[in-house]
Design a binder for this molecule. Structure first.
Ligand SMILES: *Cc1c(COP(=O)(O)O)cnc(C)c1O
Length: 356
């Protein structure tokens, strides 16, 4: 039975236009072999993995939940073309291209790249398969190209209009107030599953990037009366500006949904300890986490996001930060196509061999 709080949140979301893209609900998996590998029930909390890598749309991931509301908004605006930005291996860009296919729209992706001719692999290969028009923007640091890619987006918007089409620009990561609805809904789904199982987890771990997921999870947890603390693990720098964005879009989403809850900056702070050298650069602990999850659960993590989120969880278990009596959740946000790119293959193999 859903709680009154969850029923209220669901009713608020039901009043918003939504274009179905994801296969929901996603499974909530009890990771018993992972728990065993981390010392068993006497040393390690129970770990539940929320499988949002299995949202289905174009190989899945967290962006499917946001895109359901963003695509519906684009359709309400009479859009013919979805335009978005990201790094060259952006999961969000790949899933936007996939969503465009399903919704019968065009897609243009403006992608920043540190190499002149990036390999057509992983997400970039899928972008092409999904028929996206790809505009590459060279940059020394994918995260510092924001000003540059904005100028290219403006060009694309002008060109689309000149061709008689109606563009709809989705911000990086799909992190707008409308995108936030996705993880308010994701939280309602999760809290229902937890109630059905009769468990009250203490923490929810996930990899935090552009903060739309965090904004939705934090607002959702408050509005649904969730028992857990939202543990965002940062995968890129720029905390000060990003938590301001998270607060703005979370509260704008709350207003649009007619929810009374508001979130403030201290609730949106992320853990900066697991970023490593920077966005998109795998860490040793992250690669070990990929090998560990593959070996114990046959669940694949990605080198950019989920590996760093799981590295934090594993570290917190090993350092005794949590009691084994706790139950914790790991939200698997997807990203698997990036495994099939260059740059980390040898290290991943080494991490896997080290577990033998
Ligand atoms: C985009 C993404 C995230 C982060 O989500 P944000 O809403 O951008 O913070 C985490 N994991 C994966 C695999 C992603 O693609």
């Amino acid at each position: 039975m859903p709680t009154a709080a969850v029923t209220g949140v669901r009713a608020a979301l039901a009043a918003q236009p939504r274009f179905p893209l994801a296969t929901l609900p996603t499974p909530l998996h009890d990771a018993v072999r992972l728990r065993e590998a981390l010392g068993g029930p006497s040393r390690c909390p129970r770990i539940l993995i929320k499988r949002d890598d299995l949202t289905s749309l174009g190989l899945g991931g967290n962006k499917a939940r946001k895109l359901e509301y963003l695509v519906a908004d684009a359709q309400s605006a009479g859009a013919t073309t979805l335009i978005t930005t990201g790094a060259v291996q952006s999961n969000h860009a790949r899933m936007t291209a996939a969503a465009a296919c399903v919704a019968g729209l065009r897609s243009v992706l403006v992608l920043t790249t540190t190499t002149a001719e990036p390999a057509i692999a992983g997400n970039l290969l899928l972008d092409h398969l999904f028929g996206a028009s790809v505009r590459l923007v060279p940059s020394v640091d994918p995260m510092l190209a924001v000003g540059q890619d904005e100028a290219v987006v403006a060009e694309v918007v002008t060109a689309e209009k000149a061709a008689g089409r109606t563009p709809y620009v989705i911000p990086i990561g799909g992190s707008s107030a409308i995108g936030v609805f996705g993880y308010v809904g994701g939280t309602a789904e999760l809290v229902d599953q937890l109630n059905d199982m009769g468990v009250a987890p203490t923490r929810l771990y996930f990899a935090s990037g552009s903060r739309g997921t965090q904004a939705g999870l934090t607002l959702g947890a408050k509005a649904c009366g969730a028992t857990y603390a939202v543990m965002g693990i940062a995968v890129s720098a720029g905390e000060a500006e990003k938590i301001e964005r998270a607060k703005r879009i979370a509260n704008e989403a709350a207003t649009r949904l007619g929810l009374p809850e508001r979130v403030d900056l201290p609730e949106l702070v992320t853990d900066q300890e697991y970023i490593g050298e920077g966005y998109g650069i795998p860490t040793k602990a992250g690669l070990e986490a990929i090998a560990l999850l593959a070996r114990t659960e046959a669940i694949l993590l990605d080198p950019c996001y989920t590996s760093k989120g799981m590295a934090a969880l594993v570290d917190h278990v090993r350092s005794g930060l949590m009691s084994p009596a706790e139950t914790v959740i790991f939200l698997h946000t997807g990203g698997v196509p990036a495994i099939f790119t260059d740059g980390h293959r040898e290290d991943l193999l080494r991490a896997s061999v080290a577990l033998l």
